[in-house]
Design a protein around this ligand. Structure first.
Ligand code: TPP
Ligand code: MG
Length: 758
């Protein structure tokens, strides 16, 4: 190995380390006086002892240089407002080896320092141009093929690079989920969009490896392999020894992962392609052939700081900076190029400058293209909705044979049976949907043999078997990561979250990840799913806050997410059909909130009246997104807007109000909580003399706030209005719970208050 002259970097004490790194390369080549050790232009075995041949090395070097010059270009053009992102890949260009040794059909979930990887992967499809495509992304151009100008992401539809968010480690669960899905497809007879022996690649930094979201993926990968189940994921930890300004303790990554059972550790020198290539190759081959989770510890460095805004010279010593800059892998690559005789000094410098020119030219071209200039343009891929196709899909009932088999004959079809309550009808609807969609999967904690805590999923595991209905390990982040993985592979996942309170510790998997994929990929990638969540308060079985969480605020503001909440069994069945159709047709991420307290509710007014049981809707029945249910449309003395537990509560209160105030009361079940149907709400409000908003959630940031806004903005702000809503508190155990949640008496009292006002 040619020694890298420390003196080169040391002579540059400038503030702009990008310029220093750039100059280092040029001077390194100019001053190189090593010996040419291989026969010049020897195409085979250029690098003694290396698996790399001449062509391989040339192409990798070219990819590394493209990545480097994209970084350098970004630093220059950022200040001219032609480029809007300066987190670079400099020092990590060795990851190009991972791209070369894998296939473009191996789904990749990449660290933000993946310029080298991308440039190399672009070679896999002739005619693609990594420089122009990347420049368009840097410039936030509408023509950016990855995100349509929404973000600088590493992404490509033809190259199977699913764009990632900046939330470090958040992509590890879905990368593992995709690996699990690749294997599970065979077991459920699902045709994969990629070859059966594909692996997934997931890269991240050394500091990120400590994150809880990374750890859950490592743990689940090992948990899977421990049971001898395949999980062909290649975790690539790009270890540059630092996270922004915090150093990773020396040796920590190796120490932490070298001996983890069922996570097979490999090391590769990403700073030196002569050494590293065969090491990366071993890891990739191990992952592909054994189908075991593989941890590739790739040694990298970080030159030019964390981002363009990171002036390292302000917070670390110049000696340390010099040392880091001397470990620049491009200097090592230049050394290999020269000592192998593959390039003369002039040829190498010419290539270096030609690549610079190419990157600047592409950037100038990108700067002249369209940008996103209207809100409609920005939002176009966020929440696709094709109502006619969704309706056709939701009401498609061409699976009669399968239904007969699942339910056990004509007479046992649920629509032929007497009216039933919510839990039963959700179970029946899930049977129907698993019959309708062979690619649908249902999974979560305790959902299989036990049928869930409330037996809603009872029988599904028996009917559809363990590869379609199964228990997961106890980890909500991973449940939702798995869901994204299955969806990435074209399946229709229905993950269950056991209680709404426990959604919150995995919220980012929906908020930051699943719901954002269509947006950041310009709708080229979709991860459709229907997440079922046992939700809300008032239940008599389990008390206390965590089984009675009444806040859906964390779901309401997630862009693009659909949230539905039925109050009765027939609505639940029809809503589920629509949600699955939204997922299938438009790729939407959906949440289905099941009010636990209504699971077993059979009666409405009096014990034994059976009035909260309904006939199961035939499979060609569904409801439209946003369509509410109105009880007593003609009544207008008082209109109560509500959802979930509030619906039967409002209907009971309405009886008292009718008796005591002689008002005709209309109850409006919103059913869809996100997006709220503002037009529907306003239309109902317009014909109301008085309005109550009954929201079982909390006062702050609850659904009620949205309903009132829709009423006011719909022009009905002058109508006497009152809100009945939960308190801003956690829910206590036992009877005290009813002090914080709205009750029937509160609804009646609120109506009387309105009466006193008018
Ligand atoms: C969840 C989360 N927390 C914090 C950040 C801010 N942040 C961005 S990069 C970074 C350091 C990551 O270091 P490392 O994983 O070693 O990657 P490197 O940048 O060194 O390649 C931090 C803290 C983030 N993006 N996401
Ligand atoms: Mg790091």
């Amino acid at each position: 190995m040619t020694a890298i002259p420390f003196a080169i970097s040391a002579r540059h004490k400038g503030f702009n380390r990008a310029e220093v790194v750039d100059q280092n390369f040029i001077e390194f080549v100019q001053l190189w006086n090593g010996e040419v050790r291989a026969a010049p232009r020897d195409d085979a075995a250029v690098l003694p002892g290396s698996a790399l041949d001449a062509r391989g090395f040339r192409e990798l070097l070219e990819s590394q240089l493209i990545s480097r010059h994209l970084d350098l270009m970004a630093r220059v053009l950022r200040v001219q407002n032609k480029v809007f992102y300066t987190i670079g890949s400099s020092g990590h260009e060795g990851n190009a080896m991972v791209a070369r040794l894998t296939r473009h059909t191996d789904p990749a979930f990449l660290h933000y320092r993946s310029g080298g990887f991308m440039a190399e992967r672009f070679r896999k499809i002739p005619g693609m141009d990594p420089v122009m495509d990347s420049a368009l992304s840097f410039a936030a151009s509408k023509d950016d093929p990855a995100s349509g100008g929404r973000h600088k992401v590493w992404g490509s539809k033809p190259l199977w690079v699913l764009p990632q968010t900046s939330t470090i480690a958040s992509h590890l669960p879905k990368a593992l989920g995709t690996a699990v899905a690749i294997e599970q497809a065979r077991r459920i007879g699902h045709q994969l969009p990629i070859p059966d022996d594909s692996i997934t690649i997931c890269s991240f930094g050394d500091a990120s490896s400590n994150h809880a979201t990374a750890q859950t993926a490592f743990n689940t990968a090992a948990w899977t392999a421990y049971q001898k189940l395949p999980a062909p994921v290649l975790f690539v930890c790009e270890d540059n020894g630092i996270g922004i300004s915090v150093k990773t303790p020396s040796g920590w990554v190796a120490n932490n992962y070298q001996h983890r059972a069922n996570l097979d550790y490999f090391f590769a020198d990403g700073l030196d392609m002569a050494e590293g290539y065969a090491q990366v190759q071993r890891a990739v081959e191990h992952c592909r052939t054994t189908r075991r989770p593989t941890f590739l510890h790739l040694k990298t460095t970080r030159v030019m700081g964390h981002a363009g805004t990171d002036f390292e010279i302000e917070w670390r010593s110049i000696e340390e900076l010099f040392a880091v800059e001397c470990s620049d892998p491009l200097l090592r690559s230049a050394g290999i190029a020269l000592e192998s005789g593959l390039y003369s000094k002039d040829e190498l410098l010419n290539l270096y400058e030609a690549t610079r020119k190419r990157c600047f030219a592409a950037a100038e071209d990108a700067d002249s293209r369209h940008r996103l200039t209207s809100l409609d343009d920005v939002m176009a891929p966020l929440a696709p909705y094709t109502p006619a196709a969704v309706k056709a899909e939701a009401t498609r009932a061409d699976y009669a044979e399968k239904r007969l088999a699942v339910f056990g004959g004509e007479a046992k079809l649920p629509e032929k049976l007497p009216p039933r309550h919510l839990a039963i009808q959700i179970g029946q609807a899930l049977h129907d949907l698993l019959a309708k969609y062979p690619e649908a999967l249902l999974f979560g904690e305790d959902v299989a043999q036990k049928g869930g805590v409330y037996t809603v999923t009872k029988g599904l595991n028996k009917t559809f078997k363990g590869s379609r209905v199964f228990n997961t390990l106890l980890d909500e982040t991973m449940i939702l990561g798995l869901a994204q993985g299955y969806a990435n592979m074209g399946m229709l996942p229905m993950p269950e979250i056991q209680y709404l309170a426990y959604f919150h510790n995995a919220c980012d998997q929906i908020r930051g990840e699943a719901a954002s994929l269509q947006f950041f990929s310009n709708n080229q990638y979709r991860n459709p799913m229907v997440m079922r969540v046992a939700s809300l308060g008032y239940q008599k079985g389990f008390g206390g806050h965590f089984h009675n969480d009444n806040s859906i605020t964390a779901l309401r503001d997630i862009p693009g997410l659909v949230v539905g909440c039925p109050s009765r069994g027939d609505d639940a069945a029809m809503m589920l059909r629509t949600l699955m159709a939204l997922a299938k047709v438009d790729g939407r991420v959906c949440a289905f909130l099941e009010p636990i307290a209504l699971y077993m509710t059979k009666d409405l007014y009096e014990a034994g009246d059976g009035q909260w049981q309904f006939e199961y809707p035939a499979p060609d029945q569904a409801m439209t997104l946003g369509e509410g249910r109105v009880y007593d449309e003609a009544a207008n003395d008082l209109v109560i807007f509500t959802f979930g537990n509030g619906v039967p509560m409002a209907l009971r209160a309405a009886r008292t109000i009718e008796a005591e105030l002689k008002w005709q009361v209309r109850v409006v079940d919103l059913r869809w909580l996100a997006p709220l149907n503002d037009a529907f709400i306003a239309a109902q409000a317009r014909t109301a003399k008085r309005i109550l908003v009954l929201d079982e959630g909390r006062k702050s940031a609850g659904v009620g706030e949205g309903v009132i806004t829709a009423i006011v903005e719909g022009g009905c702000g002058a109508t006497p209005l009152h809100r009945v809503v939960g308190a801003d508190t956690f829910t206590p155990l036992a009877g005290a719970a009813l002090l914080v949640l709205p009750g029937e008496a509160d609804v009646v009292a609120a109506a009387k208050e309105l009466a006193a006002r008018s």
